[in-house]
Design a protein around this ligand. Structure first.
Ligand SMILES: Nc1nc2c(ncn2[C@@H]2O[C@H](COP(=O)(O)OP(=O)(O)OP(=O)(O)O)[C@@H](O)[C@H]2O)c(=O)[nH]1
Ligand SMILES: [Mg+2]
Length: 219
């Protein structure tokens, strides 16, 4: 999708060639490093890290696949609760992307939910090489109270994060501006939140070029 669609919204702009460079960079080797269930298991490396966080089923794993143009690098599912570990993917040894378990998954057992929540929070707060958290928000549902809880925690820990709307293909064009405005109003209240929203669809390939460029700016 071209950025002209977002005239009324403060979306970032990109330098000549930046999107193309990012596209080519994401064609490089991307390998699954490991799945991690506790803080002791985190890969011991200083490579720049970014994490994809968000509610269960928001499309985190699908976005990893779409960004890297691979179909099954990260496992996706119609059923929420698919990703149960912190999954580390290494792009050409200079960017580590972390696919996280979703929060807000109602059907998991209490113990599982508690374990995931503790892991998500500990990781997000305590990882020095984590340069930005991409907070994925389902375009159909908007920002929910459990998203705000995570944002508050990131604000309190001064961890920088950016909102990425997912599944934009599911929202009628006439409704998109309202969604951007509403999301923007929310981010204005959040101190550690990046001022530019990214809007994506893994299914249609929208916004991926911009998201890749944002990630590469952190390396
Ligand atoms: N229409 C549409 N569907 C999508 C898009 N991205 C993901 N989905 C669908 O949403 C469902 C959940 O996708 P996942 O990528 O597994 O979501 P997740 O956030 O990793 O979920 P958990 O691992 O359970 O937290 C799947 O059925 C995907 O096909 C998109 O851009 N558009
Ligand atoms: Mg997943």
């Amino acid at each position: 999708m071209s950025l002209e669609n977002f005239k009324l919204q403060p979306f970032d702009s990109y330098e000549d060639g930046e999107l193309e460079t990012a596209r080519v960079s994401f064609k490089a080797d991307c390998e699954f490093v490991k799945g991690v269930v506790d803080m002791e298991g985190l890969p011991n490396t200083s490579v720049t890290e970014i994490a994809l966080a968000g509610r269960s089923n928001v499309g985190k794993s699908s976005l990893i696949n779409a960004l890297t143009d691979r179909k099954i690098l990260a496992r996706t599912s119609n059923t929420p609760g698919r990703t149960r570990e912190l999954n580390f993917f290494n792009l050409n040894q200079h960017l580590q992307m972390v696919d996280m378990p979703g929060y807000g998954y109602a059907k998991a057992s209490k113990t599982e939910v508690a374990t995931w929540n503790a892991l998500i929070r500990e990781y997000l707060r305590g990882r020095v090489q984590l340069k930005r958290v991409f907070m994925l928000i389902d375009s159909r549902h908007g920002v929910k109270s459990n998203d705000i809880e995570i944002m508050k925690m990131l604000d309190a820990s001064a961890v920088s994060y950016q909102i990425v709307l997912t599944k934009l293909d599911k929202v009628h064009k006439d409704e998109q501006q309202k969604l951007f405005d509403k999301t923007h109003d929310i981010l204005l209240k959040r101190p550690a939140c990046h001022p530019f929203i990214l809007a994506t669809s893994s299914a249609k390939g929208w916004g991926l070029a911009e998201l890749r460029a944002e990630m590469l700016r952190l390396v």
